[in-house]
Design a protein. Sequence first.
Lengths: 450, 83
Amino acid sequence: MKCLLDRLSTCKASDVLWVADPVGSVDITRLTRALACVDPSGWHGKRVAIGALPVLEFVTALAFLDGLAQAIVLLPNEDDQPTREARLAQAGIEFVVEGNGFGFAKLLTQFDVTGSNGTAQPAVTDRPAAIQTTWLLPTSGTTGTPKLIAHTFATLTRSMTTRRIGDDYTWGSLYSLRRFAGLQVFLQSWMCGTPLILNEEGADLHDVLTRFIDLGCNALSATPSMWRKLAMHPLFDRLTLKQITLGGEIVDQSVLDMLAKRFPAARITHIYASTEAGVGFAVRDGRAGFPADYLLQAPLGVAMRIDEQNHLWFGTKLVESLAAGTESVWIDSGDVVEMQADRVRFLGRANGSINVGGNKVMPEEIESVIKELPEVAFVQVRARKSAMLGSLVEAAITPTSGTVMDAAFKKQVTAHCRARLDGFKVPAFIVAADAIQLTASGKLSRMNVE
Amino acid sequence: MTNLRNKITTAIQETADMRGTEIGVLTDETVLLESGLDSLGFAILVARLEEELGYDPFVMMDVPVYPRTLSEFVEIYQRFAPQ
């Protein structure tokens, strides 16, 4: 399989790919008819950026351009003008697709699903032979300076199952498909022939959950922060989930336990993946961290090692698809880990630490201790400037409903932290959180960390 | 003055509670670093007072002053209080 469209030849014409407003279900017949209306010749071998598009137009453009264009850049919607221009120059872009794009969304409304005969194998006609398209993905920025990382269809789908699970699952998309995490959900549902419910970026969470419930969504992938946010939503308990996937941030035991309790029948998978390294590993035993023997056996073909500063490194064969060599390159994930018996556990981001009078503090470590309290729905630990010590630790907490952030509650949090953490890690300030801020890729926004 | 002194002693007490340390009876002559507050406790105390009073005298002073006793500490806060 060289490109996205190659996958369609192994599916039934009536297989539903996407459910999206305003067209409803898009099956393979409908998609191929719409694709056949746009002349591919002008796009062959070009370098194309994809800007702001309605989500249905966006996914159809990906299917159209993969295997046709030389390179595709997915521009984040939140880029400012200088960043956008820098990305376009860096990637040598000739065309930017935005606005109404190719007009696929309109074409799809014309080819109503009732036109499918459900048996004939549709073919996308008149396309030049597929070439290997380079996908340039923006990093999320949690690792510092935003940059573009080169992938191909092969590197993006390397770890994915192509086992047809078709009708058993309906995936929902929770956040931007332009980012690695969202794109993974898109590609995984495409690869195993399951429908994906599409939502516009920035859609209201209440509307999104209502759609998921109405359309029978039973598989979701989200960051731990997003899962916590979902758990606080009144509609959360009405979801009927069979597959729960977590990734993009450190997965702590309390979020795994909460999900297992709410959805006892669901399979819960946590995945370590980054835009730079691709998918590193997946864990399904319900415990935080990953088994130490993954360091020896490279379960998904991605080698891992821990350096003397306890950073986790990934060996990746990214470069093989891009041209020259096939040797693997080692990438510092920037995540700090710790061995605890037979388990490797994540402590936090190396560059996200708070410096308290010369002591390095990982916000994630403190967050995971505070999350042990059942009265805490959500917590973010951040630096608060101190003229004397550089920084002090501040915890912003959203309590569960029914819990009041009074002095007694703050005392309880402090006492719990003091029992579990070194003195300099105990939050000096405990405040009520403002609205929970998640980034476009569903991660807890850490903008206010110094 | 009494009001300011009360606010400061309350903040010292709260900081000590938070840090899990015991504080004896506070008098004007109490030496701060012997009262049970270490340097981290002291930094937390100053940050708390900044939140409550709206200023931090230790970033406002041109020549650094290191208060030893409670009365010296209170005097510094009084001197830099917004007029």
